[in-house]
Ligand binder design. Structure first.
Ligand code: BV8
Ligand code: ZN
Length: 265
């Protein structure tokens, strides 16, 4: 696939350079080049099951062991993955002096890892993403408010292996938002505020099918801003984008963003 031509990249760079405030929305595609399977691509997730069947409260109630087996398979896969050049470019942009917020649908923690790597001894927080759908490396209690970061391998062979709450002994679950579950209202309203206040929404690596995340860029448009998309294929957002750069984000984002960290460059 031929990537975007130099003129298109220049036009997109011009739009980004002219934007005081930028909202970035990412999806599974930005982690594809790190080796994290996307949901709907040909290398789509896991065997015969579809995420819509397993990433639901109903599936967990019916068979928590199967759901934990799927999540632990994904956690094991993602533990071996590192941020790619696209994550790094986004982190550098957000850590520069331009006002940038990264909003992600991803639960893989790779934006945070890139932020800490780029920031080094500095403060990574400007590049820490708003995680709309939670984190696959955090667990929470199905009954009380216990919630904790959790990266180490879990055994899922038998129901007795499944993790339980140290406070109330109820089952622990992955701290992600399942289909049919509402997103954290504070995180969601913050994401829409960021999008409304942005002059430009950079949308990378999302099929723009999952709601309400896919509506975040519309808030930028409704407030008079523009959308720039990076995706190897067309999406429902493509026709709304001022420019849609056709190619992989790991290859496109560094050339598109590097050097734009400070306003007026
Ligand atoms: C909600 C966490 C209110 C879990 C995820 C009918 C019944 C019930 C609900 C609904 C319904 N119809 C609509 C809904 C709402 C539903 C929804 O949107 N469904 C879709 C499938 C139609 N949404 C919800 O349920 C949300 N909650 O609405 O609450 C409510 C309450 C009660 C009842 C009803 C509604 C919750 C949604 C959150 C689900 N959780 N993740 C987990 O990860 O295990 S979503 C999950 O899928 C991911 O987090 C991600 O967000 C999403 C996948 O989307 P993408 O990130 O875009 O990834 P995808 O694979 O699809 O696309 C990859 C893209 O990358 C492609 O475009 C590809 O071209 C591109 N790409 C590939 N390689 C590259 C690349 N791009 C760049 N570079 C590359 N190299
Ligand atoms: Zn508990």
């Amino acid at each position: 696939m031929a990537g975007p031509d130099a003129a298109e990249l220049d036009r997109a760079r011009g739009l980004l350079a002219g934007a005081d405030t930028i909202c970035v929305l990412t999806g599974a595609g930005v982690s594809a080049e790190s080796g994290v399977p996307t949901f709907r691509g040909e290398s789509g997730l896991w065997k015969s099951h579809s995420p819509e069947d397993l990433a639901t409260p109903h599936a967990f109630r019916r068979d928590p062991r199967l759901v934990w087996e799927w999540y632990e398979w994904r956690r094991e896969t993602i533990r071996a993955c590192r941020p790619n050049a696209g994550h790094g470019a986004l982190a550098r942009l957000a850590l520069g002096s331009r006002r940038v917020r990264i909003v992600t649908q991803n639960v893989d923690g790779l934006h945070e890892e890139a932020a800490r790597k780029v920031a080094g001894a500095g403060d990574p927080s400007p590049a820490l993403p708003l995680e709309l759908h939670g984190s696959i490396f955090r667990v929470r209690c199905t009954s009380c408010s216990y919630r904790v970061s959790h990266r180490h391998p879990l055994r899922t062979e038998t129901p007795e292996d499944l993790p339980r709450c140290p406070l109330c002994s109820a089952l622990l679950r992955p701290d992600v938002v399942w289909f049919g579950e509402s997103l954290d209202p504070e995180i969601l309203s913050e994401a829409f505020r960021v999008a409304r206040e942005a002059d430009l929404c950079l949308v990378a690596g999302t099929s723009a099918l999952v709601q309400p995340a896919a509506s975040v860029p519309l808030a930028t448009l409704d407030a008079g801003g523009v959308v720039v998309e990076v995706n190897p294929t067309e999406t429902p957002l493509t026709r709304l984008a001022r420019i849609s750069l056709r190619g992989p984000s790991g290859e496109i984002l560094p050339g598109l963003l590097d050097g734009l960290e400070t306003p007026g460059t």
